[in-house]
Design a protein around this ligand. Structure first.
Ligand code: GAP
Length: 443
């Protein structure tokens, strides 16, 4: 994991937030390559979840909403983690994490992992981040930064239903930021205080929830393995024990990834939320949030199945899954090690790199720039003319670029380029006229 963290910084994927001021615990910034990869992940999700399904629509709600939303959802009273503090060094810890590490069920006897000091009694610590709205800072102006994107899907249930002519079962998906004042953020971008979620609330007729719960577990695995290309052996499904369920869930399964150093940890949760959320919002808002089934003349509050993925955890899993370090280089006889990031080509930050063979021949560089302009209409890519061609290939292998396009002297005669494949290192000659088709087929 240390190698991954330093790789992400060195290559411009992820930086510590406000690093020049010493950073801020639990916050990270995405650099030029990280932001592009994140966009590609979200794009793949949106295609899979929204664009390819006639019964799933999208939403983009505000991060801050009326605080009553969070009273209704139960977050104000229930969204907390058990906190303990060292009496000596005053460091704070999640009590459940300390007990898990010590393999005990009670905190008594467990000492501070930093200084060995005695720990204070456990108290519940609410994870919601607060802010104040308007010019007066008092209790009446308190608002919360959403701790999940899901609730604003529920509060918009009626708006979507009234405007979209949807029939049961149907889903509403949203991608957006969420904030939690985690007691112990850590493990790089695995547990942060600001992160992004891709969530979908799927509304079903009560009684049909079990079938749809299984369906969305299968679909979630299909997305991770077949669409994004994560290795099956690095994923597992872990059903939650009844006592570990969140306050709203009647059943939940986590999809875990086997991270280096961290081990098996949740990247996605699929929850069967019953009618908890819509019933609560109906009660607190006084607005009816029911579905009217015109065929059977029935009115009911639908049940909900929710697949929820953390974008940051998913991005970390994808980098871990595709990072390969070859001690003797790709040729097998090099003196130094080489890195290849074998990302699915649609997720790679750069899907192509255009490399003029030489940089001091105007005809070649201007042709290469033309090729760059052609491909960059539809794909993300780089133009790179610095260093030997071998070094430039290595640089692109490291950041996961699936195809390098070299413009050479022959290009000026045959209007063709050499396309090198990152994984096989094989090269083929492709006419510039067919290049966009080639990329459409392969990326
Ligand atoms: N709406 C349900 C919900 O929010 P969750 O299990 O608390 O459920 C869903 O969160 C996903 O969000 C997790 O599987 C994880 O990928 C991501 N996530 C949760 N807390 C996170 C944190 N502190 N940092 C990064 N990602 C987080």
């Amino acid at each position: 994991m240390e190698k991954i963290v330093s790789f992400c910084k060195r290559k411009g994927f992820i930086f510590q937030s406000s690093e020049i001021y010493g950073g801020l615990g639990g916050f990270y910034d995405y650099g030029p390559l990280g932001v592009q990869m994140k966009r590609n992940i979200k794009e793949s999700y949106w295609k899979f979840m929204v664009n390819s399904r006639p019964n799933v629509v999208g939403l983009d709600s505000a991060i801050i909403s009326n605080p009553r939303v969070w009273e209704a959802s139960g977050h104000v009273s229930n969204f907390s983690d058990p906190l303990t503090e060292c009496k000596k060094c005053h460091k704070r810890f999640r009590a459940d994490h300390l007990m898990e590490a010590a393999n005990v069920t009670e905190l008594s006897g467990v000492k501070c992992p930093e200084c060995g000091g005695e720990l204070m009694e456990v108290r519940e610590f609410n994870l919601m981040l607060k802010t104040f709205i308007g010019p007066v800072v008092d209790d009446s102006s308190v608002a919360y930064l959403r701790p999940e994107t899901a609730q604003c899907i529920f509060t918009n249930f009626k708006n979507v239903l009234d405007t979209q002519r949807l029939k049961m079962p149907f889903g509403i998906a949203q991608i957006g930021k969420a904030f939690r004042n985690e007691i112990t953020p850590g493990n790089f971008i695995f547990r942060t205080r600001e992160f992004e979620q891709m969530e979908m609330e799927f509304f079903v007729k009560p009684g049909e929830q079990e079938e749809w719960y299984q369906y969305w577990i299968n679909e979630s695995m299909r997305f991770l393995t077949e669409v994004l290309g994560i290795k099956k052996e690095n994923l597992r499904i872990k059903p939650a024990a009844k006592e570990d369920l969140a306050h709203y869930a009647i059943a939940c399964s986590d999809i875990e990834y086997n991270f280096p150093s961290i081990g098996w940890s949740e990247i996605e949760g699929i929850a069967s939320r019953g009618d908890y959320d819509l019933s609560q919002h109906e009660k607190f808002s006084g607005q009816e949030l029911k579905y009217f089934d015109e065929v059977n003349h029935e009115k009911y509050i639908p049940y909900v199945i929710e697949p929820s993925i953390g974008v940051d955890r998913l991005l970390l899993a994808l980098i871990c899954d595709s990072y390969q370090e070859l001690e003797k280089g790709r040729s097998g006889d090099s003196d130094s090690s080489e890195i290849v990031l074998k990302l699915n080509s649609k997720l790679s930050p750069m899907q192509f790199a255009v490399l003029p063979l030489v940089k001091n021949k105007e005809e070649i560089t201007s042709k290469a720039k033309e090729v760059f302009a052609l491909l960059s209409n539809s794909f993300s890519g780089e133009y790179d003319e610095t260093g030997t061609i071998g070094k430039r290939y290595r640089r692109q292998d490291e950041i996961g670029t699936p195809y390098c396009v070299t413009v050479d002297f022959d290009t000026l005669n045959d209007n063709a380029v050499t396309v090198r494949n990152r994984d096989t290192m094989s090269q083929e000659r492709i006419s510039i006229d067919n290049l966009v088709d080639y990329f459409n087929k392969n990326v």
